[in-house]
Design a protein around this ligand. Structure first.
Ligand code: C5P
Length: 222
C-alpha cells in the first residue's frame, strides 16, 4: 500500500478539534515530514461544490462536477495544499458554511473515491521534495488510506474540552454533529482502527501529546 517503503508514514486520526493539526505540524517539523491535512481537502471540495450550487443530495450533478475537478498540489511551507483548477484553497474553507456542510459531502463514496488516489499520491510529493516521509491527518488515514503506515495514532479528547478549543480559536463549529455524521456514515467512518495507538489528550498539553508520539517514533527509528 505504502509503495515507497523507505519513506516514513505517520497517520493521525481523530474527531473534530482533537488536536490533530497542531500535533501533526510539530511532528512534521521535528522529523522533516510533509504535513498533509486531509480535512482541508474535504473542506476545499465542499467549498467548490457549494460555489457551483451542487448539493450533496443531487448525486447525478455531483458525480458530473467531480469529473470536472482537476487536482494538483502546491507546498506551503511543509504543508501540502490542494489546488483545484490551479486555484489555492480559500480561507473560507474554515467558515461556518463549510463547517455545516462538509460532513454531508464527505459521506458520499464518490467524493471519497475522488480523493483516494490523490491522498496516496502525497507519498510521491514527499519524495519529490526531499522529505523523509509524511504525516497525514484525517478520519480514515490509518483505516483506509494507509493501513500499513509505520505509525497509526488515534487522538481522543472529551467533547466539552474540544468545543472549548474551537471557541478559543473564535470558530463557530458544531463538532459534536460533525463527529456524529463522520462516525455513523457507511463510507470510511471515523473509527480507531485495530492496532492504532490511542491517545486521550483531554488532560494533556499539546507538548505532552507530541512528546508521547515523538518518543515512540524515535524509539523505533533508532
Ligand atoms: O479535519 P477537519 O475537521 O478539518 O475535517 C473536516 C471534515 O472533513 C470532517 O468533519 C469530515 O467530515 C471530513 N473528513 C473526512 N475524512 C478525512 C478528513 C476529513 O471525512 N480523512
Amino acid at each position: 500500500m505504502t509503495s515507497i517503503p523507505s519513506l516514513l508514514i505517520i497517520a493521525i486520526d481523530g474527531g473534530a478539534a482533537s488536536g490533530k493539526s497542531s500535533t501533526s505540524k510539530i511532528l512534521a517539523e521535528r522529523f522533516n515530514l510533509l504535513h498533509v491535512d486531509t480535512g482541508s481537502f474535504y473542506r476545499h471540495i465542499t467549498h467548490e461544490l457549494l460555489r457551483r450550487g451542487v448539493l450533496p443530495t443531487n448525486l447525478a450533478a455531483l458525480t458530473l462536477a467531480l469529473t470536472e475537478l482537476n487536482f494538483t498540489t502546491q507546498l506551503q511551507g511543509r504543508s501540502a495544499q490542494l489546488m483545484i483548477g490551479g486555484q489555492p484553497a480559500d480561507h473560507e474553507i474554515r467558515g461556518q458554511n463549510v463547517n455545516e456542510h462538509v460532513s454531508h459531502y464527505a459521506a458520499i463514496p464518490a467524493v471519497r473515491q475522488k480523493l483516494l488516489g490523490y491522498q496516496r499520491g502525497q507519498v510521491a510529493v514527499a519524495q519529490q521534495h526531499g522529505f523523509r516521509g509524511l504525516v497525514m491527518e484525517g478520519r480514515d488515514i490509518g483505516s483506509v488510506i494507509f493501513p500499513a503506515a509505520d505509525y497509526r495514532f488515534f487522538l481522543h479528547a472529551d467533547p466539552i474540552e474540544r468545543a472549548k478549543r474551537r471557541a478559543r480559536e473564535g470558530q463557530l463549529d458544531s463538532i459534536a454533529e460533525r463527529d456524529r455524521l463522520d462516525s455513523s456514515r457507511k463510507a470510511s467512518p471515523l473509527v480507531s482502527p485495530t492496532g492504532a495507538i490511542a491517545i486521550d489528550s483531554t488532560f494533556l498539553t499539546l507538548e505532552q501529546v507530541v512528546e508521547k508520539m515523538a518518543a515512540m517514533i524515535e524509539k523505533k527509528l533508532s
